[in-house]
Design a protein around this ligand. Structure first.
Ligand code: SF4
Ligand code: SF4
Length: 206
């Protein structure tokens, strides 16, 4: 399990090196700039729910000994200094977590210290894609789906009510994923997550 607001054992620290992503720092920066220009809805969807995708489920997770936060994609950490005062950093070794077999090395995991407040231009990709997720279907084609509700510790009104998403947002997210899955590590991740889903229960946007 990977995408957005995930839980891991509290602050694990593995030993490996960072993963060797094919996606360069400047490409990640360009992706951030592209996604800065779009939002799921014309207005601020956080007003519908109080930004629950940044804060929801924290107490339940803590009571079970888990921490909520966000995994970065391989190489995405290059955009950060790791000294940002709004982030708590940790990482796990890919071999110890729920990741594709091809993954080895550090998988970075960040927690926001004051959610839902953050420097908007530095939001990680997982925050920017939500409530969409990539999916590779049985024919090997890349698709976009609404994030499956059963993976979430809160209710997202956009998903629950099937609110119509901005087409600019859907197009931009799909464009980004078409690029990202050219990296074999990221494609493996999308295939890995896709294999855990029952396609008949998914809502496809692309
Ligand atoms: S994506 Fe959903 S949960 Fe997140 S702020 Fe928008 S409406 Fe709320
Ligand atoms: S980085 Fe910002 S948008 Fe993402 S979870 Fe943290 S506070 Fe929310």
């Amino acid at each position: 399990m990977w995408f957005i607001l995930l839980s891991v054992e509290r602050f694990p620290h593995g030993m490996g090196q960072s993963m060797k992503s094919l996606i360069r720092k400047r490409t990640y920066a360009a992706i951030y700039r592209l996604l800065d220009k779009v939002s799921p809805l014309p207005g601020d969807c956080g007003l519908l729910c109080g930004g629950i995708c940044c804060t929801g489920g924290e107490q339940e997770a803590a009571s079970q000994g888990f921490a909520l936060g966000i995994y970065l994609l391989p190489g995405e950490e290059k955009l950060f200094t790791k000294k940002e005062d709004w982030i708590e950093w940790s990482w796990s070794d890919a071999a110890d977590g729920d990741f594709p077999d091809s993954w080895s090395g550090r998988v970075y995991f960040i927690r926001c210290k004051n959610p839902p407040s953050c420097p908007r231009r530095m939001r990680p990709l997982q925050c920017r894609f939500f409530p969409l997720a990539p999916h590779i279907d049985g024919d090997g084609a890349l698709r976009l789906i609404l994030f499956p509700m059963w993976h979430l510790p809160y209710v997202c009104p956009v998903i629950e009510k099937r609110l119509p998403l901005s087409q600019d947002f859907v197009r931009a997210v799909f464009t980004v994923w078409k690029h990202l899955v050219r990296d074999p590590l990221i494609r493996d991740l999308v295939e890995y997550d896709s294999g855990e889903r029952e396609e008949s229960s998914l809502t496809f946007l692309v």
